[in-house]
Design a protein around this ligand. Structure first.
Ligand SMILES: *[C@@H]1O[C@H](CO)[C@@H](O)[C@H](O)[C@H]1NC(C)=O
Length: 199
């Protein structure tokens, strides 16, 4: 068979074998899989995860700790959960982001929360959640969540600009819908109860 093919008439395509070492007979990889691939034939991919569009939320616990909550990547298959995890990164003021605590992906949960400690209440911090895939000590990050900001607690005031905007917009949309429905009901009642005006 040519490199990358196996089986009767060499019609089957090999998976992602390390160094293209694929058995001509049954396609199994002689020296294991390339990184991010699994299975006898190395055809199962540990795909790069993403928190694109996922909103992280923030809650101040006390003077020195903040809780960050986010929705896990729903695209991660349960059977591959062990290869994924999350890291909360934080930046003080306008500084660079530093990786904080990490937690493995948990297929039994929708959302997860991590506590970041040593957050000084008199400074502003930004937080973001990073999702990663990890295999044989190699870790690769996918698309991050939005950034949430906590302002100094001189005003003791937690702000998340994106989420505040989203929440207000949703409230407005719900309000408009309720108004339209009530208007429609009132008009139907008025039209039906109006006595027929004969000639
Ligand atoms: C703040 O909250 C964190 C998490 O709940 C806790 O571990 C820590 O001891 C608390 N610190 C203070 C000063 O209360």
């Amino acid at each position: 068979c040519d490199v990358g093919f196996y089986g009767v008439n060499c019609e089957e395509e090999c998976g992602r074998c390390k160094d293209d070492l694929c058995s001509n007979d049954d396609g199994h990889c002689l020296d294991g899989c390339q990184i991010w691939f699994l299975g006898d034939l190395c055809k199962e991919e540990i795909a790069l995860p993403s928190l694109d569009g996922s909103h992280a939320f923030l809650k101040r616990m006390n003077e020195s700790a903040v809780a960050i909550t986010w929705t896990q990547d729903p695209g991660i298959p349960d059977k591959h959960a062990e290869y994924y995890g999350y890291t909360v990164a934080y930046a003080e003021g306008s500084g660079d982001f530093t990786d904080g605590p990490s937690v493995p992906h948990d297929p039994a949960l929708m959302t997860q929360t991590l506590i970041v400690a040593n957050v000084h209440s008199h400074n502003e911090y930004r937080f973001e959640v990073k999702v990663y895939r990890e295999m044989s000590t190699e870790r690769e990050f996918g698309v991050k969540s939005n950034t949430v900001i906590i302002e100094s607690s001189g005003s003791n005031h937690v702000t998340d600009h994106t989420n505040v905007f989203a929440a207000n917009w949703e409230l407005f949309a719900v309000g408009v819908c309720v108004f339209l429905i009530i208007t429609a009901i009132v008009m139907i009642i008025v039209l039906r109860s109006r006595p027929k005006q004969g000639p």
